[in-house]
Design a protein around this ligand. Structure first.
Ligand code: GTP
Ligand code: MG
Length: 273
């Protein structure tokens, strides 16, 4: 016979969570979910219309987790449908296609849309984010490398995984880490455990490295207008040097970014009277 005590214990062990998928259209959100839940890959593109909903059960340690998955459509056309579904999520799969830079650059605006729709409920510390650098099987068309993706994710306290819904690479590992982190968070009173967010460098440092990598010339790299004075160049240089000096900054890519800033300053000063 089931006693009240057993029921209570079982309730404590089972957990219901809501996760959503976000990212531009065609980056592979639905295929990643399908690969995990149905162990198959569909090469033909079938755009998600608004939202797809599914439920799956997973085991994390001694807990059974019932996961409600809301797979969002990435196309801007479906904004009105999507915006209803952001609230009360414990996990977010943020997906981009490693062969399409604009899908990577769009991650910030996806976070922006989410924050805006959650309004006053927006407590990003109570949500586990996992970034999927998807379509890594298509190596020849890759334009966003691992360092850049990882830096963006980890500087925000998000997990980073390289995935391919086509080959299955990284998919199980990614979902295991995702569900295990969500469980840790729920057991931690709904707060993302601190260890995950302390990566040893700041978001400002990571964003600056990314900006430097993508800058179009030396003026742009130092963040000054073309034709700036020596003082302006030196001031901008000093600010970046303090932020990125390899003795102070452990973010991946900081050394290269620091060298690039030194070279940019040298070449600008040569040409300023
Ligand atoms: P929306 O629902 O419109 O937001 O798109 P989505 O992000 O759900 O994309 P979907 O999963 O439908 O995949 C888009 C296209 O990319 C399809 O043709 C897939 O077959 C293909 N695709 C998805 N993942 C991969 C992958 O890892 N590798 C390769 N080569 N193709 C992929
Ligand atoms: Mg889809």
């Amino acid at each position: 016979m089931e006693t009240t005590a057993t029921k209570r214990r079982d309730n404590k062990k089972s957990l219901r969570v809501k996760v959503i998928s976000l990212g531009n259209a065609e980056v592979g959100k639905s295929c990643i979910i399908k690969r995990y839940c149905e162990k198959r890959f569909v090469p033909k593109y079938l755009a998600t219309i608004g939202i797809d909903y599914g439920v799956t059960k997973v085991q994390v340690r001694d807990r059974e987790i019932k996961v409600n998955i809301f797979d969002m459509a990435g196309h801007p056309f479906f904004y009105e449908v999507r915006n209803e579904f952001y609230k009360d999520s414990q996990g977010v799969l943020l997906v981009y296609d490693v062969g399409l830079r604009e899908s990577f650059d769009a991650l910030d605006s996806w976070l922006g849309e989410m924050k805006q729709e959650m309004g006053s409920q927006a407590n990003m510390d109570s949500i586990v984010f996992i970034v999927c650098a998807n379509k890594v099987d298509l190596t020849k068309r890759r334009v966003v490398d691992e360092g850049e993706g990882r830096l963006w994710a980890e500087s925000r306290g998000f997990h980073y995984f390289e995935t391919s819904a086509q080959s299955g690479e990284g998919i199980n590992e990614m979902f295991q880490a995702f569900f295990s982190s969500i469980t840790d968070m729920c057991e931690n009173g709904g707060k993302r455990p601190v260890s995950e967010v302390s990566v040893g460098f700041t978001k400002e440092q990571a964003d600056t490295i990314r900006r430097i990598r993508n800058s179009k010339d030396s003026w742009d790299m130092l963040g000054v207008k073309p034709g700036a004075t020596r003082e302006e160049v030196n001031k901008a240089y000093r600010k970046l040097a303090v932020l990125l000096h390899p003795d102070k900054c452990v973010a991946p890519g900081s050394e290269d970014a620091f060298k690039a800033v030194v070279n940019a300053r040298t070449s600008l000063l040569k040409n300023i009277k």
